[in-house]
Design a binder for this molecule. Structure first.
Ligand code: SF4
Length: 375
């Protein structure tokens, strides 16, 4: 089982972001107390004999937590939960938070992986996205972390920014490669409802890139990373051999996880999913009153099947049909193969070793293929 902790604070709001996070720190102290309380309350959800393998601090901006706050959270986790001791312990950081002192503090904690939201190495992109760091701060953060022995690093980049050219995207990819970081998550810019960026598009002040440009940027990304020895192991993720994001890979493989913090989701690995209330005030109040504010849903067979197809096909490991049959039956497998036929003929899917996988050309139209396989 894995553990996810959602830290819902950011120093400022990025123009494209719709995550559950707050820029004020009014409830900060109460939040830490509430999170500790939730760790206590939910200990019983860990099945007998189970261990926590990977731990992930996401957000928001977990690097806004002080070393003392992190120490307190870790002390609670280790006193309550049995850990395998061999898992990944990741914290998402904003590059400008990772000073030499902060990196040193991280080095004294059980953290062994850092994921940083870089998004671009061009300063005008960073101000357009309302990011608060500079490219130089990324370089010094990487150096400071390595100096503390934390070299299992991942960076995030965003492409498809309005007006982006191939040269500028290529420059970002090459700067990433020059850092020799073992993992990259690269996402196309998405115009989420209600964000500052989407309002600019609605007012005609910003023009999204064309689909053709998006496709070229994605192709460029894949070919540059592949040439540099990275595996394209999930639609948006690339890693040097065996440097996959292990906690996130758990999501794509149906591994159960406990999600703590406001808006965090949990999954029992079978069919029960729950999510904490997406309100810091309600989350904190409930826990400080000794309760939890959350909702539970039970996935139907059809939802489980869809979830399985969606998550497995996104990865290079694909849909293993023996496992699919064991879970959903022979009839479901023959329907799946029937729906896959057209895409197999078009060379968008492959079927080998009793596994269905996306081909390189299928990756570009994966949403449509996945929707067809749901039929
Ligand atoms: S730092 Fe991350 S979570 Fe916070 S506003 Fe920016 S994108 Fe959203």
């Amino acid at each position: 089982m894995n553990l996810y902790l959602h830290i819902p604070f950011c120093a400022s709001r990025c123009s494209y972001c719709d995550f559950y996070t707050q820029t004020g720190s009014r409830l900060r102290r109460d939040f830490i107390n509430a999170l500790i309380r939730e760790l206590h309350l939910r200990r019983g959800e860990l099945p007998d004999g189970a261990f926590i393998e990977h731990i992930y601090f996401g957000g928001g901006t977990p690097s806004l937590l002080t070393p003392d706050e992190l120490t307190r959270i870790f002390a609670t986790i280790t006193s309550l939960y049995p850990l395998t001791g061999s898992g990944e312990v990741t914290i998402e950081c904003n590059p400008d938070d990772v000073t030499a002192d902060y990196a040193q503090a991280l080095g004294t904690l059980p953290i062994n992986r850092v994921s940083m939201g870089v998004q671009s190495f061009h300063s005008d992109d960073l101000s357009f996205l309302n990011r608060r760091h500079s490219a130089e701060q990324v370089f010094s953060a990487v150096e400071a972390l390595r100096h503390q022995g934390i070299d299992n690093l991942s960076l995030d980049l965003i492409y498809g920014l309005p007006g982006q050219t191939e040269e500028r995207w290529l420059a970002n990819i090459r700067t990433f490669l020059s850092l020799s970081v073992p993992h990259l998550s690269a996402y196309h810019l998405i115009y989420e409802e209600g964000t500052a960026l989407t309002r600019l598009v609605e007012r005609g002040k910003v023009h999204p890139v064309s689909e053709d440009d998006s496709l070229r940027f994605f192709e460029l990304l894949i070919s540059e990373l592949k040439t540099a020895g990275y595996e394209h192991y999930e639609i948006s993720n690339f890693a040097l051999p065996n440097r996959y994001a292990r906690h996130n890979t758990g999501y794509w493989q149906g591994v159960p996880y406990l999600g703590l913090g406001p808006s965090a989701h949990s999954f029992d690995g079978v069919r029960t999913r729950s999510h904490n209330v997406a309100s810091l005030a309600r989350y904190t109040k409930a826990l400080l009153d000794g309760k939890r504010d959350y909702e539970t849903e039970y996935l139907s067979d059809e939802e489980l099947q869809h979830e399985y197809i969606l998550t497995r096909l996104r990865t290079q490991w694909g849909i293993p049909l023996a496992d699919y049959t064991a879970r959903f039956g022979e009839h479901a497998t023959s329907l799946l193969l029937q729906a896959a036929k057209e895409h197999l003929n078009r060379d968008q899917l492959t079927y080998s070793e009793n596994t269905l996988r996306l081909t390189p050309s299928g990756i570009f139209v994966s949403d449509g293929i996945i929707a067809d396989l749901f039929q």
